[in-house]
Design a protein around this ligand. Sequence first.
Ligand code: PXP
Length: 262
Amino acid sequence: MTGLIKKPFGKLRLGVNIDHVATVRNARGGPYPDPTRAALIAEKAGADGITAHLREDRRHITDADIEALMAALTLPLNFEMAATDEMQAIALRHKPHAVCLVPERREERTTEGGLEVAREENRLAHFIAPLQDAGCRVSIFIAADQRQIEAAFRIGAPVVELHAGAYCEYDLAGDVAARDAECARLRDMASFAADLGLEVHVGHGLTYDNVKPVAGFPEVVELNIGHFLIGEAIFSGLDAAVRRMRALMDEGRREAFGGEAQ
Ligand code: PXP
């Protein structure tokens, strides 16, 4: 299943997730640092989209942030949300370019797993229909798992984002064998999803050190990266962090495809 290049590959898109600018702001409760300002810097530095997750508990991004982003951005906004009625109403009010459905548990520190699409296909099919009718491109954040990919396809989602968390954690732990196995699984599942006609994104946990192999997966068209970039911004500034990530993604693409990558 791996390694079959089916079409020439364009530039990989970088979605910058600015949630953790809001995390820092909310630690004090004041107006700074401002996530919209971060989004505009990321845009200038080469981001292709901005991702923001409005959590049920509003622990980082707030409703006012979404309003501000919608008003200020020229880049597409990828609005991450749980599949709840409240979030659906907010998405339908703003009509962002993209809506990414993620699982949410209050006690988790971040989005720990993918959405269990296979378990609630019927509900999710009805849930995404009005979002698609409103012109939002719906993506579903799922584990790199054939069952979940098939379920996402059956409910009519045009995009899946594959959860890279396990790959990234093994990388951090220095467990090379497990990391490489996860990398191969992600790659195979990206190929499987693309064969079904789904657009494939990857996200969660990506860093300078682990991004290149993923950037080289032929079927992947977008990476969404947040926490590491915002952390690096403390040391190098956000502009430099986004530029470096962009350069590494391009390098990963070039190394995988040589002259075929743009
Ligand atoms: N993609 C999705 C769907 C996410 O929920 C998140 C944040 O949890 C990310 C990408 C970005 O992950 P990270 O902040 O680890 O880069």
